[in-house]
Design a binder for this molecule. Structure first.
Ligand code: UTP
Length: 215
């Protein structure tokens, strides 16, 4: 089975030690991995810079994509994997781990991860984020935000309304959620790479599990 990991930009920059943990975990388990890297703060800074020069939004998305690819190159080197920079809907596994970034202006890397999961017939996508869970409110703004341990895609859509502009930031992109829901791909949102092996070993996970209504 192939396991898809959407590595949020926030996770990449805030938890470098957890990348080493992910690396050890990938080496230990039998599954093949597709790792999709986000752009994070670096992408947002460049997008803001280009936006300040009044450049159009298609171009700003392209700037974001390039930054996700730089991150993907670095992570591919760290994980000893192959770097893929083409359409995730046709992704081919290059080795035990294949690492990619963004692809199409207006998407997010969560969307690329969802398409890569469909292409590789995976039924599980881990979204590694700086947050341990999905919360009922934005935890960076509300100290009383409550973690949700298990939810439906329809709950995700309610919580992730927002504009789709360059540098957009969702806990998990609802467009990616739609692709996962349609293809019966379970999503686990977590800040802990150990949740990957816990889930694969059918143990309880600390993160949030998102599923469809009848599966
Ligand atoms: P992401 O939004 O996917 O990176 O890409 P992120 O914010 O680091 O990811 P998360 O939210 O933490 O998981 C950054 C920007 O690059 C552009 C978009 O403008 C996006 O906001 N992008 C990325 C695309 O236009 N197309 C892609 O396929 C990927």
């Amino acid at each position: 089975m192939t396991v898809v990991v959407s590595l949020g930009g926030s996770f990449l920059f805030e938890h470098p030690e957890k990348i080493s943990e992910l690396n050890r975990l990938i080496k230990k388990v039998n599954e093949q991995f597709i790792v999709v890297c986000g752009g994070g703060m670096v992408a947002r800074e460049y997008i803001n810079f280009a936006s300040g020069l009044d450049l159009d939004s298609e171009f700003l998305h392209k700037v974001g994509i390039e930054l996700t690819r730089v991150n993907a190159m670095i992570i591919a080197k760290k994980l000893g994997g192959g770097f893929y920079n083409k359409d995730p809907r046709r992704i081919e596994l290059m080795s035990k781990v294949t690492v990619t970034g963004g692809y199409k202006p207006g998407w997010t890397t969560d969307t690329c991860a969802a398409y890569a999961a469909v292409a590789s017939k995976s039924d599980i996508l881990f979204n590694l984020s700086k947050e341990k869970n999905v919360y009922d409110k934005d935890p960076s703004e509300h100290r009383n935000a409550k973690p949700i341990k298990s939810m439906l895609f329809s709950d995700l859509y309610r919580l992730t309304k927002g504009s789709r502009k360059p540098g957009m930031n969702f806990i998990f992109d609802p467009l990616a959620g739609k692709i996962c829901e349609k293809n019966e791909i379970t999503v686990v949102v977590t800040d802990d790479p150990l949740d990957i092996s816990n889930y694969l070993n059918k143990k309880e996970v600390d993160g949030t599990i998102i599923k469809g209504l009848n599966w």
